[in-house]
Design a protein around this ligand. Sequence first.
Ligand code: ADP
Length: 265
Amino acid sequence: RGGQVDREIPFAQPGSLTRVYAIASGKGGVGKSSVTVNLAAALVAKGLKVGVVDADIYGHSIPRMLGVTEPPTPIDDMILAPTAPSGVKVISIGMFTPGNSPVVWRGPMLHRAIQQFLGDVYWGDLDVLLLDLPPGTGDIAISVAQLVPNAEILVVTTPQQAAAEVAERAGTIAVQTRQRITGVIENMSWMPCPHCGEQVDVFGSGGGETVAEALTRATGTKVPVLGQIPIDVRLREGGDNGQPLTASDPDSPAAQVLIGIADKI
Ligand code: ADP
C-alpha cells in the first residue's frame, strides 16, 4: 500500500443510510448481472438513488448492460462514477483495463480493487448500492463481507437442481460471515410458448425453493423466494442494448417480477 491511508468506507459506517446488497450466484450464466441491472433501474424508477459496483472482476458486463460508455472522472484524489441513461451510477473493473484486456489479478489485488470501489469512488448519497459479485464462493464474497459487514445477500439461481446446489454453496458463505440473506431470486423460471402461450419449464423447476429452504435451515431465519423471472427475449436484448427492461418496458411480465422484487428489498 506504500504508506497510503485507506479511506473509510462510508457504507460500512454505523448509521449509514445506504442499504447494500451483494448479488451472488453459484455459477455463471444464470442471469446475476441481468438481475442486478434490472433491479437497479427498477429502484431508480421508484425514486431511489442507486449505485452498482461491478465486482464480477473476470466477467464484468455491467457497463454494457446499463449503456455506460464514458469513463469515470477523477476529482481530486477520488473518482466520480459515471451515470447510466437510466440514472444508475456505476463503476466497473472494465473501466480500468485497456480495451478488452483480461484481468489476471490475484486475491489481494482484487480485494484492493473492491476496497477502492467502495472507499475511493465519490458516490454521493445513495439509498441503495448493489454489488454484482463474481459467481461462486470466491475471495471477493469474503472481501465484501469484511469491507461491508452489513451488506445483505441476494442469491440468484435457475430452477435447475444442479444450479440450485451450487447456488446453495454460494449462499452458505453468507452463513459463515453472518450476513443476512435477503432472499433467493429464481431466473429463467419458465418461457411462454410462442405458439400457444403455455408455460414451458426450460430449466426444470423448484431450484429457487430448494435454495431458499436450504438457506433457511442453515441460517435459522426464513429466507424467501423473492420472485421467479421468466425467460424473455427482450430482457436479453435490453442487456445487449444497454436498456434494462424494467426501464424500457416496465409492464412486460419479466419486468413486473423484477419490479416486484425491487419493492420487497
Ligand atoms: P451471469 O451474470 O449470471 O453470468 P447474465 O446476466 O450475464 O448472467 O446472463 C447470461 C445471459 O442470459 C445473458 O445473455 C442475458 O441476457 C441472458 N438472460 C439472463 N436472464 C434472462 C431471462 N430471464 N430471459 C432471457 N435471457 C436472459
